[in-house]
Design a protein around this ligand. Structure first.
Ligand code: F0G
Length: 456
């Protein structure tokens, strides 16, 4: 079959308010050319993030009604723990309100000042939580993967030679090795099972705990099944079990492949470590059988995790992201290749060659997509990762200038995506008239959330 249908029917709808280019010009100006400051009601297609924005199933809503809100030992936690243990295989399961809460607890327990934490690529909250402990977060992606136009099946893989060098260097204290699957900041690219095995082997040899940032574990498993010959005939569930069997624990934001609106967890095999983590959890998140979540949220997560591994769903999910990537590539739009699992990333450096990095080409493109089509995306470039030094009055810039079109799970239909394609085509044809931006006001940290910009 050539047509891949959405493997669900729509039972409840949320109206989208259509507005005009004139309205949107006004809205983006009032939002200081910062898409985080737009009101969601003024957005037609919201591709800002795939985090917590997916549609829940009838089973998940039924689970919400079944949620047991007991403070301690609720049935919802018992079901949650059983499901996580079944698929992820870890001995200790701690619920948290979202991914970064799991990260905060893990790194507070494990990291000290001056430590080094290697990963394929740290997500920004992971990096921030490591740096908050005074430790150094290091990305180990092979150089050849940094070219957005190069095509490799597992562009999320960690550079094994670089990892070996870092662990052999005795001056590095490495409390943990992380692996993000799929690699979000590097384009939603997958990691192969053979790479997971190799990293785990090195970690074991040097007695370093190996953890997986599991946010998009099901999407990663689907790429393994379809791209790694050895697993062609293995079920997604068995691939998932094998992926985690090589790790000592994981952090998870269930807002992604948990298809829930909120939730996360932290897993470990080490009893002593999990005891310390639970103590910290009680301080800020809550009792270990709810961890900052309601019983009903635990139900939504346990059901969502199971649904995310459904092969028909995954086939549709990965194919529909690719559909968007292929369509816009066809008429020349430069995207990070190959298409990722949860998002398409437009290379704004190549799209808007006339805009210098000092004028934020990716943010300028993101604003234009909003003005022309009401589409909200996110900038992953110098606005997000660049920095201004107020003392020296100097700027640093990111190596990529990307616009991420993150696709919420089970939320938009193919005609919504066709509309996105049409808008991108229009913006691409008129690209030479797009002008850059400059910052008027910025905070010291995480400036992309609240900076004020203006058109030049
Ligand atoms: N790790 C990865 C790989 C992520 O993509 C995210 C969140 C987190 C950890 C943190 O999880 O948001 O539940 O605290 N990514 C979102 C995004 C925000 O838009 O990519 P969280």
């Amino acid at each position: 079959m050539n047509t891949i249908i959405e493997p669900f029917r729509i039972k409840s709808v949320e109206p989208i308010k259509l507005n005009s280019i004139k309205d949107r010009k006004e809205n983006i100006k009032n939002a200081d050319y910062n898409l985080f400051k737009l009101h969601a009601k003024d957005v037609i297609i919201d591709l800002l993030t795939d985090s917590g924005t997916g549609a829940m199933s009838t089973e998940q809503w039924a689970g919400i009604m079944r949620g047991d809100e007991s403070y301690a030992g609720s049935n919802s936690y018992i079901r949650f723990e059983k499901i996580i243990k079944k698929y992820f295989g870890f001995d200790y399961v701690i619920p948290t309100h979202q991914g970064r809460a799991a990260e905060r607890i893990l790194f507070e327990v494990l990291c000290n000042k001056g430590d080094v934490v290697p990963s394929n690529s740290h997500f920004d909250t992971t990096r921030a939580n490591i740096e908050f402990q005074g430790a150094n977060a290091i990305n180990l992606i092979p150089n050849k993967y940094n070219d957005t136009q190069s095509i490799y099946p597992f562009k999320g893989n960690m550079d094994i030679d670089q990892l070996k060098k870092i662990v052999k260097n005795k001056s590095n204290n490495i409390p943990i090795i992380m692996m993000t699957i799929t690699n979000n900041t590097g384009g939603g690219q997958p990691v192969s099972l053979s790479n997971i095995r190799e990293v785990s082997k090195i970690a074991k040899k040097y007695n370093i705990p190996f953890y997986i940032d599991a946010c998009r574990f099901a999407e990663n498993a689907y790429f393994i099944k379809t791209r790694e010959k050895e697993f062609k005939n293995t079920s997604i569930v068995d691939i998932v079990k094998e992926m985690f069997s090589y790790a000592d624990g994981c952090t998870m934001s269930a807002k992604k492949d948990g298809i829930a609106n909120i939730g996360g967890f932290l897993c470990a095999n080490d009893k002593e470590l999990s005891k310390k983590e639970k103590e910290l959890l009680i301080l800020t998140e809550g009792f270990p059988t709810y961890g900052g979540l309601a019983g009903r949220d635990l139900e939504a997560v346990s059901i969502g995790i199971t649904e995310a591994m459904d092969e028909d769903y995954l086939h549709y999910r990965i194919s529909s992201t690719k559909y968007l990537g292929d369509k816009i590539s066809k008429f020349g739009v430069p995207i990070l290749l190959p298409p990722g699992g949860h998002a398409i990333y437009i290379d704004a450096k190549l799209f808007l060659k006339h805009i210098k990095k000092e004028n934020f080409p990716a943010q300028a493109l993101a604003c234009e997509l909003y003005i022309i089509g009401g589409i909200r995306t996110s900038e992953i470039g110098s606005l997000m990762f660049g920095k201004f030094n107020p003392i020296k009055k100097t700027n640093t810039y990111a190596s990529y200038e990307l616009v991420r079109l993150a696709i919420p799970r089970r939320t938009y239909t193919q005609s919504h995506i066709d509309y996105v394609v049409e808008i991108i085509k229009k913006v691409y044809l008129d690209r030479t008239i797009i002008s850059g931006l400059e910052i008027v006001e910025q905070p010291e940290y995480l400036r992309h959330f609240s900076a004020k910009l203006r058109k030049i």
